[in-house]
Design a protein around this ligand. Structure first.
Ligand SMILES: *[C@@H]1O[C@H](CO)[C@@H](O)[C@H](O)[C@H]1NC(C)=O
Ligand SMILES: *[C@@H]1O[C@H](CO)[C@@H](O)[C@H](O)[C@H]1NC(C)=O
Ligand SMILES: *[C@@H]1O[C@H](CO)[C@@H](O)[C@H](O)[C@H]1NC(C)=O
Length: 350
C-alpha cells in the first residue's frame, strides 16, 4: 500500500536529557590546592582562581574542610588582625613603606593608636575619649579636632567632616601632626603645696595631651571579611606572634603559624548547580527521517528554543539518549513497550 505511508503518522518516542543551569543559585564548596605557598600567595591564588581562602563558620563547614583534604595541614583564610590605617589605601598599608613611631613598650594591648605631643604613638583601648586628627584630601592638611571622642566616633566624624582619620607615612608628617596638639598643661602645684605645708616646695605636674590617628588593629578575621565568631583552635599552640591559621585535618583543629611559611591551602569556590532531568518525548513523524543525526539535532534545537522561550529556562543543554538498540527513537506500535528513560548521573560541566 504505497499511499498509506504518507497518510499514517508514525508515533515515535525518545529520551531527552535536559541540563538546566540555575544562574541565580550559588553553592559554596571548598577546593583543596596541593601547592606550597605562603599565606598571602595562597590568598592571591584563591582570589584569582576561585573566590577566596576558605572561611569556616560552623562545625559543618569544619567537617567539610576536613574531608576536602584528608591527612593534611593547610592554610585556611583566618589571620590575626594586623595594624591598618583607617584610610586603608594601598600606599598606607604597604609593608615596605610602613612608618611607625611607637613609644617605648608600645604597642601594648590596645587596638587604637593615639599620638602624643612629643610625637610618640600609644596603643589604647578604642573606647577611650581623645581629641583626634583628621586628614582633609581637599586641602591636603591634617586638622586637629579638639573634641573628646572614642576612636570609632572620631573616625565617623573625620569621614563625615573631612576625609578620614590621619595616616602618618613619614617622620616629617609625624612632626606636622604632633605639632597640632596643644602644649602639655602644666599645673604648678608648688604654691599650693607650699601654702599647705608651710614649706617652700616647688613641684609641677604635666598632663600630656593625646589625639587619635587612623591606625588601629582588628582581631582574628577571615580573608573574605567575615567576622571570626567560630573558631576551632587546638590546645597546643606555638608561642609568639604567628599570625596565620592552618587546619590539621586529622584532628580537625586549627593552629597558627608564621604567614611566611609555605603550605598547601584550602579555597572557597562558588559553584552554580546544574539540574538534570530525563524526559520522555513523544512525537508524530510524517516523513522526516528521524534516524538522521541532522534531523535529530534540528528537533533538539527547536525543543531548546521552546524551553527557553516558553518556560523561561536559561542556558538549557539538551541531548538525546541512545536506546539499548542503538537508536534514539523507537517507534511506538501498540504492543511495543515504550522506552524507559532512566535518570542520568550527571550533566557534566562543559
Ligand atoms: C559553610 O556554612 C554556611 C552556613 O551554613 C553555608 O552556607 C556554606 O555553604 C558552608 N560552606 C561550605 C564550603 O560548605
Ligand atoms: C595576634 O596579634 C596580637 C597583636 O598584634 C598579638 O599580641 C598576638 O600575640 C597575636 N596572636 C598570635 C597567635 O600570634
Ligand atoms: C617558599 O617557596 C618558595 C618557592 O616556591 C621559596 O622561594 C621560598 O624560599 C619558600 N619559603 C620558605 C619559607 O620555605
Amino acid at each position: 500500500m504505497p499511499g498509506s505511508r504518507l497518510s499514517v503518522l508514525l508515533l515515535v518516542s525518545g529520551c531527552l536529557q535536559v541540563c538546566d543551569l540555575h544562574p541565580d543559585v550559588v553553592v559554596r564548596r571548598f577546593r583543596f590546592v596541593d601547592l606550597q605557598r605562603t599565606w598571602t600567595e595562597a590568598q592571591t591564588y584563591c582570589r584569582e582562581k576561585f573566590q577566596d581562602l576558605a572561611t569556616i563558620q560552623n562545625l559543618n563547614n569544619n567537617t567539610e574542610a576536613q574531608q576536602a583534604a584528608v591527612n593534611s595541614q593547610f592554610w585556611i583564610g583566618l589571620f590575626n588582625g594586623t595594624w591598618r590605617w583607617s584610610q586603608d589605601k594601598e600606599e598606607d598599608n604597604n609593608p615596605s613603606t610602613w612608618f611607625e613611631k611607637w613609644s617605648t613598650l608600645e604597642p601594648g594591648t590596645g587596638s587604637c593608636v593615639s599620638i602624643s605631643k612629643a610625637g610618640a604613638w600609644y596603643a589604647k583601648d578604642c573606647s577611650t575619649l581623645n581629641a583626634f586628627v583628621c586628614f582633609s584630601a581637599e586641602t591636603g592638611q591634617h586638622v586637629l579636632v579638639d573634641q573628646k571622642k572614642s576612636w570609632p566616633d572620631a573616625q565617623a566624624h573625620c569621614r563625615s567632616q573631612h576625609t578620614d582619620l590621619s595616616s602618618i607615612r613619614s617622620l616629617e608628617e609625624n612632626t606636622q601632626v604632633s605639632a597640632l596638639l596643644p602644649d602639655p598643661v602644666q599645673t604648678d602645684l608648688g604654691a599650693f603645696f607650699g601654702a599647705l605645708l608651710g614649706g617652700t616646695y616647688s613641684t609641677s605636674t604635666t598632663s600630656t595631651t593625646y589625639a587619635w590617628i587612623g591606625l588601629h588593629r582588628s582581631p582574628w578575621a577571615w580573608s573574605d571579611g567575615s567576622s571570626a565568631a567560630y573558631t576551632q583552635f587546638g590546645l597546643l599552640q606555638s608561642k609568639g606572634r604567628d599570625d596565620c591559621v592552618m587546619m590539621d585535618s586529622s584532628s580537625s583543629t586549627w593552629f597558627w603559624r608564621p604567614c611566611t611559611e609555605n603550605h598547601t591551602f584550602l579555597c572557597n569556590t562558588d559553584i552554580r548547580p546544574v539540574a538534570m532531568r530525563t524526559l520522555k518525548v513523544r512525537m508524530s513523524s510524517a516523513s522526516a527521517d528521524l534516524t538522521d543525526p541532522v534531523v535529530q539535532n534540528s528537533v533538539l534545537q527547536q525543543l531548546k528554543k521552546r524551553m527557553e522561550d516558553e518556560e523561561g529556562m536559561e542556558a538549557v543543554r539538551l541531548k538525546w539518549r541512545m536506546q539499548p538498540d542503538g537508536q534514539v527513537f523507537s517507534q511506538e506500535e501498540g504492543t511495543a513497550p515504550p522506552p524507559v528513560c532512566q535518570q542520568d548521573d550527571a550533566c557534566g560541566t562543559a
